[in-house]
Ligand binder design. Structure first.
Ligand SMILES: C[S@@+](CC[C@H](N)C(=O)[O-])C[C@H]1O[C@@H](n2cnc3c(N)ncnc32)[C@H](O)[C@@H]1O
Length: 403
């Protein structure tokens, strides 16, 4: 592979923003890709994959490069040189790249790979937490979370079928296949920019991980019901709920951030999902109005996102023990307050994209031991682990409010 100067410069600029300016990797990559209209899909792929790779392996590469945070540009070039050397890419003779001791880099890589926190590139506190909470599986989950996530689409059944979508994508030179056990999912055989397709603009699919596609189904919705999606965000699950309900009944999509709900509205229009109403949560009154009013409630709770590290590797570096503590408190409050929206006889799903028991089953058990929780029973729950599923890590619990 020959390295192109302007692409590598874009990578270095992106890393600077992510590591030194606390910017989110997905946003940074999105804006880098707009830098030069002449870049083709290979160039764009190089930038996105290299940035994500280096974010994913930051601790390991920085250790090999012998650089410490905050990284100046020279440090970032050294980290880049480690990335390239370990991939067997011949480094060009540019002034930014110092003569790199290839053998030394490979030797250090072998040596550090014996130690989990370097091999899997993870902060000490997070590694200790994972070992405490998931002693038997942490090591293999961590390895799975460092794999690149596949691109999975959810077919919008309000407008098309999986077979038709696969055919339409093929006509746009994108190969995709169905996924056993995930009725509305289609997985790309090779990565491609699906957002540029006509099928996307026509609202025939959304990009949504296969594990995430199990959440709305877990809620057991039916056409005609009133369903409240309490942490709807930009609406990945609300859109799925609307499709499962065949556009009949009502989905009330709520969030504390109105801008996310605006994006949800745009997506709903494109998808032809007409039964979604958005409501920003301004105060507890907005929740009280709905007490005992819904057949189904979804709490897709804010969480550490530890189950989706393959998609968002920068979360490893942005999370902190203080954030974990505060998000767990939020999860407990949300569960206690929003469960009151469920009608007697109605159902609730509590879900997270984390694999930590303290954000998952422990939250459910603690809720069930409270006064409001005694009105509910746990019907079933499911832990989805990246190592066995091949997709994101998720947790979902189905609870039923007694009559
Ligand atoms: C896991 S994300 C939701 C993802 C979304 N359901 C989807 O499928 O695309 C959690 C959401 O909870 C929202 N949130 C955080 N605190 C909240 C609160 N107290 N009440 C309601 N929503 C909250 C966040 O803004 C975020 O959009």
């Amino acid at each position: 592979m020959r390295l192109h100067r302007n692409l590598v410069f874009a990578v270095i600029d992106g890393l600077n923003e992510i590591f030194n300016e606390n910017a989110y990797a997905d946003k940074v990559v999105q804006s880098l890709l707009k830098r030069d209209k002449r870049w083709g899909s290979r160039d764009r792929g190089f930038i996105a994959e290299t940035v994500y790779d280096i974010v994913r392996w930051k601790r390991l590469y920085a250790e090999i490069a012998e650089v410490k945070e905050p990284y100046n540009r020279e440090n970032l070039w050294r980290i880049f040189a480690v990335w390239a050397t370990l991939r067997g890419i011949t480094l060009p003779d540019w002034k930014q790249i110092e003569p790199t001791p290839t053998r030394r880099i490979k030797g250090k890589f072998d040596e550090l790979s014996k130690i989990r926190k370097f091999r899997e590139s993870i902060p000490d506190w997070l590694d200790e937490l994972g070992m405490q909470q998931l002693p038997d599986i942490w090591e293999k989950e961590l390895a799975a979370l460092n794999e690149q996530a596949p691109v999975v689409l959810r077919v919008n059944t309000l407008k098309t079928t999986t077979e038709k979508l696969i055919q339409l994508l093929k006509e746009e030179d994108i190969e995709a296949e169905t996924l056993k056990g995930y009725p509305s999912a289609v997985q790309l055989i090779e990565r491609a920019n699906v957002f540029a397709t006509k099928a996307f603009k026509d609202g025939l699919f959304e990009v949504q991980d296969a594990s995430s596609q199990l959440v709305a189904k877990f809620l057991d919705v039916e056409p005609g019901q009133r369903v409240v999606d309490t942490c709807a965000g930009a609406g990945g699950k609300s859109l799925h709920l609307a499709a499962l309900m065949e556009n009949k009944g009502q989905v009330i999509a709520m969030d504390i951030y109105g801008n996310k709900l605006k994006e949800l509205k745009r997506r709903a229009r494109r998808a032809g999902a007409h039964n979604i109403e958005t409501r920003t949560i301004e105060s507890t009154k907005d929740i009280k109005k709905l007490h005992k009013k819904a057949d189904r409630v979804l709490i897709d709770a804010p969480c550490t996102g530890l189950g989706v590290l393959s998609r968002n590797p920068d979360a490893k570096w942005k999370l902190s023990p203080e954030f974990l503590e505060s998000i767990q408190k939020t999860q407990a409050d949300i569960l206690e307050n929003y469960s009151k929206i469920v009608k007697p006889g109605g159902k609730l799903v509590y879900a997270t994209c984390s694999i930590l028991p303290s954000e998952n089953r422990k939250q459910v058990d603690s809720f069930l031991s409270k006064e409001i929780g005694s009105d509910f029973k746990l019907v079933k729950d499911k832990n989805i682990y990246p190592s066995s599923s091949g997709f994101d890590g998720f947790y979902m619990a189905l609870l039923e409010r007694k009559q």
